[in-house]
Design a protein around this ligand. Structure first.
Ligand SMILES: N[C@@H](CCC(=O)N[C@@H](CS)C(=O)NCC(=O)O)C(=O)O
Length: 247
């Protein structure tokens, strides 16, 4: 664990960003031993998912299981997984949520850009509709995960994007007034005739569909999500304590 731009972050990431995964294979695994760094959160997920699929056995109350968090290379499911992950990382993460993060939340560092943030929200809404359409319904008509094989590392990324959007006020809980979204009828496209009023008006939050709410609740109810969330809270509390003791 370290902060962006810290000496440690700069020693493993050329831009000093986090996360970065340091892999240290002991001699017994590869023969000669091997150390390397994996950058980019989606690549880290895929690397760990491949490892678990090939070598990991998890013991739980149902016995020994080998979870498929990332489908095997060369399969139709893996192609779907890669498409979803690339879509989320570029369309949802880099082109929308991160624009808000840099030019609204962290505007004191990266500069204000209200028009860019507004366009990022339109891009977010469109991309979210596309992703919402990818949430599968099972044979009983219940909301399921993104891949036919069940929960995967793609769901980790999507659930995180939804939580982030909710945290910054781009998504609102459904009070029962909004049904499922009809993608084709909800998509919006940029216009060159941008009038001044429209450009300066406040960003409107989007009310989540029932399907998206159910999907989010399902991902958040997983024991692994709860453990990861608690870990993160503990880490933030420990950092705060450390910072206070430095004052
Ligand atoms: N595409 C990268 C983005 C990583 C990223 O930007 N991380 C933030 C912290 S969550 C950071 O290090 N920001 C510092 C910066 O933008 O220079 C990934 O998904 O791993």
């Amino acid at each position: 664990m370290c902060r962006p731009w810290s000496r440690r972050a700069k020693s493993v990431h050329p831009l000093g960003k986090v996360p970065a995964l340091l892999v240290d294979y002991p001699k017994s695994t590869t023969g000669s031993g091997d150390s390397f760094v994996v950058l980019e959160s989606a690549a880290i997920n895929t690397f760990l998912g491949d490892l678990v699929r090939e070598h990991g056995i998890i013991k739980n109350d149902r016995g020994n299981i080998r979870p498929i968090l990332v489908p095997a290379p060369g399969t139709k499911e893996r192609a779907k997984y890669e498409s979803l992950v690339s879509f989320m990382m570029t369309e949802l993460d880099a082109q929308s949520l991160w624009i808000h993060r840099k030019h609204s939340d962290l505007a004191n560092i990266f500069g204000e850009a209200p028009l860019a943030v507004k366009e990022a929200k339109r891009q977010f809404d469109n991309s979210l509709l596309v992703m919402e359409d990818e949430i599968r319904m099972d044979s009983k008509g219940e909301c399921s995960y993104l891949l036919p094989s069940g929960f995967s590392a793609a769901d980790i990324l999507f659930a995180d994007c939804i939580s982030w959007a909710k945290h910054i006020g781009w998504l609102l809980k459904n009070d029962g007034s909004v049904g499922e979204h009809d993608v084709a009828h909800k998509l919006t496209f940029p216009t060159t005739e941008r009038d001044a009023d429209q450009a300066s008006s406040a960003i409107q939050p989007t009310v989540m569909s029932h399907k998206l709410e159910r999907y989010r609740a399902m991902c958040r109810s997983r024991p692994a999500w709860k453990r990861a969330n608690q870990l993160r809270k503990d880490q933030v509390a420990a950092e705060d304590l450390q910072n206070t003791s430095k004052l």
